[in-house]
Design a protein around this ligand. Structure first.
Ligand code: FE2
Length: 352
């Protein structure tokens, strides 16, 4: 059975109060209060759909009660009752949020019509609130779906990078560990020069696969012990271009292309593959370039042992403005950054 709407009639005169109750009780759940204070007590305990309030009451009058109700239950509809002489007061009370007013002595039909209007407005209010709640729910669901999709993309992204990394490692043993260290050091440097965190992660991932192009280079060249001859050098110089082609085919890896393609460019323009100069070389590539070199110097290579710390510092310093961006070199050489770098990976080079 449908629940009846609830009304509260507030009047300090018993006559009109009871008269209203009699008119409305068949259609609605009607409660009555003999003054504003009692009414507030009831309203504090439950929300009525409509309150019908006499304006002229002893103690707290109807207008004051109307204001209190609008604070306590802003969505409750209020109808005022007034004697003919106070109609202007009732009209002006509409601005405080009263729905309408009834003039005493009231006509039964008027009472029912006005109360129905209040109930209809309450219905609209609940409908709107329901729609808003539905919308909020839909928004929450959508946000969750977006979050899941984002997580799924990130997972694919990470897995793709891992798969690419495994592909390089399988081909070139030297890159094992080297890629991770270059990646961490690049992130470390990026943080030091003030790159925002949201941009560091993609840079870290790009650094991780900077040598992906090596999977397109002959294994005999990659694994050759001792220095490479000219044609072998030319062959190995192709790896940035090969790498950039590999990752260009994967849409969500596009932003890594500049790092992969330009990590062998040199600040003085003598690098490869395009001979870009200075800040024309993307910042990510300039960072990876120095991280790559630092790690290479600190590691044993097939044709030489790892270099000592002082030696590495001198090398890096002498290459400022030639191979490396001098501003990044300054960052690397200050604050014991290379030492920090080594402690990041906890390895001891056998320096000479
Ligand atoms: Fe490389």
């Amino acid at each position: 059975m449908e629940e009846k709407s609830s009304l509260l009639v507030v009047d300090d005169e018993k006559g009109p109060r009871e008269a209203l109750r009699m008119i409305l009780k068949g259609r609605y759940d009607v409660e009555t209060a003999e003054n504003a204070f009692r009414a507030l007590e009831y309203i504090g305990k439950k929300s009525f759909d409509v309150a019908i309030i006499d304006i002229k009451m002893a103690g707290m009058d109807g207008l004051q009660l109307l204001r209190e109700i609008k604070v306590l239950r802003p969505d409750m509809e209020v109808i005022l009752m007034t004697a003919y002489a106070s109609v202007e007061t009732a009209k002006s009370a509409l601005q405080y949020g009263a729905l309408d007013y009834l003039i005493k002595p009231f006509d039964n039909k008027d009472v029912i019509t006005t109360v129905e209007k209040g109930i209809a407005k309450r219905g609209e209010f609940f409908k709107t609130r329901f729609e808003i709640e539905k919308l909020q729910l839909a928004t929450t669901e959508l946000t969750k779906e977006i979050e899941n999709a984002k997580n799924s993309i990130e997972k694919h992204y990470t897995n793709t990078v891992k798969a690419l990394l495994a592909a390089i490692d399988a081909k070139d043993q030297y890159t094992r560990g080297h890629s991770e260290r270059v990646s961490k050091f690049t992130a470390f440097l990026a943080d030091r020069i003030g790159i925002t965190h949201d941009k560091i992660l993609p840079l870290e991932q790009a650094a991780l696969i900077h040598d992906i192009g090596k999977i397109g280079i002959e294994e005999s060249i990659l694994k050759k012990e001792g220095p490479l001859n000219q044609s072998e050098l030319e062959e190995i110089k192709k790896h940035p271009v090969i790498g950039s082609r590999i990752i260009s085919s994967v849409e969500f890896l596009h932003e890594m292309v500049p790092v992969v393609l330009y990590h062998h460019e040199r600040f003085d323009g003598s690098g490869f593959p395009e001979g870009l100069k200075g800040t024309a070389i993307p910042l990510g590539a300039r960072l990876v370039s120095i991280a790559d070199a630092v790690d290479a110097m600190l590691c044993n290579r097939p044709y030489r042992s790892a270099l000592a710390m002082d030696h590495v510092r001198r090398e890096i310093s002498s290459m400022a403005g030639r191979q490396f961006d001098p501003e990044i070199v300054a960052v690397v050489l200050t604050g014991g950054l290379i030492e920090c770098y080594m402690s990041l990976f906890d390895y001891q080079p056998t320096g000479r």
